[in-house]
Design a protein around this ligand. Structure first.
Ligand SMILES: [Fe+2]
Length: 587
């Protein structure tokens, strides 16, 4: 069916279904059967499932799907639609591959827009061809200016009442649940009262701590990295999301924890979490997870349940989602056979939205200017090379200073390494040290800067700056002070993005005009940009696989061991500032 035919489809009489899918085999996720049935669709709902076809009218569109399989539209229960892609470009790719419901992280949008703006944003996205629901953060991932105002209990309560918000999500500071944090406890109580879920982020938590976290009201976790961790969480009553992402490809290992125990699969879901664009383009979306599950010996019916009925039940939406039955939302994926979860046809909200892997129409583009205006005065300042020097007070010329170097041991994990550097002219002298870069976190308005030293990043990088991080500020890394300043000025002038400078020239550039975090390009195009960034950094000595994740996690406050953010260089475990940030002079 062409886009034009779909648009011109006449409106049938009141009692007539608009669409009839004839002769296909329906995967009944409730009974576990495969039954030959006709499926009639009226408006956004499924009207009828069964042997009859006599209720249709002359204007009902009849589609012959004999020899095909019909499964419910897939649900992605936990994604972060701001990983240089945006919710439209990510949603389009999910849709094309059969995912008709996305439960998305609100963090970046909420930080960009505040309560009212984010409410309007959710309303705009509720009109998209697939369903966008949201999980809501209680705290940011890095200290923010006026954090308590944005994340006040009043604001959070207001958001939680919105029907498009399904859960509190990603409580990364899970140690707060062990210690007891009155604000988080209050919000969890409120979420439970309103029938919303409480999604956890219990990375690395052991059995005893998981018990306390469960007692505090957390109901799920997507951070298991071993089969044992999956089982522990299931035994403690958690719903478990098995993750396969660009950062960690654990799904095959995790499935071992549940394969031998089919009953446990009822509380298991699958997620791509916040995978990078190139990873999605190379491997797929939810369809890839279902395929992997079946390859690992999971029964096909159970594999589809993990991405349909199970998340629907978890979010309390099984009356609408997750199955093909009368009265449910008409989100249906037509497959060649059950073993190939990549769809031939996708029906979402009762309309045919994708055929043979191609969308019939692109998603409508939201008015990004309305939702992502740049902060006032943001583009009017310029960085200079002296910003990236590290001033030291009260030390004699040549005296050695023990500095807390951030040593990068993987894409995202860091260690504190004390290294002695001489002081010259009141500044830390890095000239003798090999393998060290300067790093700084700085305000996008040029108000403050946190200087640090980074080891293990790239030994041949002159200057690269990025606004792609959950602080929505600037991270700059380099070995050349002028190149660092020019890179910062380039991203400021672009209105956000990533830029690298060498010998005064821009050698890599990736504008991210939506909040400095997202591009307006398609997923395929941003994947190409991501690959180019990786190639560029690898050629300068970057040894890891995901430079976007390195940027995004450098200022975070929940990962070991040391981070750089508006407070300075911070020891996360001890919650101690090792080298403070400083205010920049007003210009
Ligand atoms: Fe996540």
């Amino acid at each position: 069916m062409t886009r034009q035919q779909e648009r011109q489809r006449p409106k049938p009489r009141d009692r007539e279904p608009e669409l009839l899918l004839e002769g296909g085999k329906v995967l009944n996720v409730y009974s576990g059967e495969l039954l030959e049935s006709n499926v009639a669709v009226k408006g956004e709902r499924i009207w009828y499932v069964g042997p009859r076809s006599d209720s249709i009218g002359q204007k009902t569109l009849r589609l012959d799907v004999s020899q095909k399989m019909l499964v419910p539209g897939y649900v992605e229960p936990h994604c972060h639609p701001w990983n240089v892609y945006n919710p439209v470009s990510l949603g389009e790719e999910f849709c094309r591959r059969g995912t008709t419901t996305l439960v998305c992280d609100n963090l970046i949008f909420y930080m960009m827009m505040g309560v009212e703006g984010f409410e309007a944003f959710m309303a705009a996205f509720s009109k998209m061809p697939v369903k966008f629901f949201w999980f809501m953060r209680l705290v940011p991932q890095t200290p923010l200016e006026q954090e308590d105002i944005l994340f006040s209990a009043a604001n959070l309560k207001r958001l939680l009442r919105n029907p498009l918000i399904l859960s509190i999500g990603e409580i990364t500071r899970w140690q707060e649940l062990i210690k007891g944090n009155p604000k988080i406890e209050k919000m969890i109580r409120m979420a439970r009262k309103l029938g919303k879920r409480v999604d956890g982020h219990t990375a690395g938590a052991k059995y005893e701590n998981l018990s306390v976290i469960s007692r505090a009201g957390v109901e799920s976790c997507h951070e298991s990295i071993t089969a044992e961790e999956v089982l522990e969480r299931l035994r403690l009553g958690y719903h478990v999301l098995l993750r396969e992402s660009s950062l960690r490809q654990d799904l095959r290992t995790l499935l071992k924890g549940v394969r031998e125990n089919p009953l446990s699969l009822r509380r298991v879901m699958l997620t791509t979490d916040g995978s990078s664009p190139a990873f999605h383009v190379a491997s797929g979306m939810t369809d890839h997870l279902v395929r992997t599950a079946m390859e690992e010996g999971i029964d096909a019916v159970e594999a589809y349940r993990m991405v349909t009925l199970n998340p629907a039940v978890y979010f309390g939406l099984e009356d609408r989602l997750g199955g093909i039955a009368p009265g449910r939302d008409a989100d249906i994926v037509v497959l060649k056979n059950l073993h190939d979860p990549t769809p031939e046809l996708v029906i979402s909200k009762g309309r045919i939205v994708s055929e043979k892997g191609a969308l019939l129409s692109p998603f409508p583009e939201p008015d990004w200017n309305r939702f992502s205006s740049a902060p006032e005065g943001e583009r009017k300042w310029r960085a200079t090379r002296d910003f990236f020097e590290i001033p030291v007070k009260g030390m004699a010329e040549g005296q050695k200073l023990s500095f807390p170097v951030i040593s990068l041991i993987s894409t995202v994990i860091t260690r504190i390494k004390r290294v002695e550097f001489p002081v010259r002219g009141g500044l830390v002298d890095l000239s003798a040290g090999d393998g060290f870069c300067r790093v700084a976190a700085m305000s996008r308005r040029g108000r403050w800067i946190a200087n640090g030293i980074l080891e293990g990043y790239a030994d041949r990088i002159e200057g690269i700056a990025s606004t792609f991080n959950t602080a929505l500020e600037i991270i700059v890394i380099g070995r050349d002070l002028s190149a660092m300043a020019s890179a910062v000025n380039r991203v400021v002038r672009m209105g956000g993005g990533i830029a690298a400078i060498e010998k005064g020239e821009t050698v890599f550039e990736f504008p991210l005009p939506i909040g400095g975090m997202m591009s307006e390009l398609s997923l395929k195009e941003v994947a190409e940009k991501e690959s180019a960034l990786k190639e560029f950094l690898s050629s300068r000595g970057y040894p890891f696989h995901d430079p976007l994740y390195t940027f995004i996690f450098l200022p975070n406050d929940f990962l070991p061991e040391v981070r750089i953010n508006r407070r300075g260089v911070v020891d996360i475990k001890k919650d101690a500032v090792l080298w403070p940030a400083r205010r920049l002079p007003k210009r």
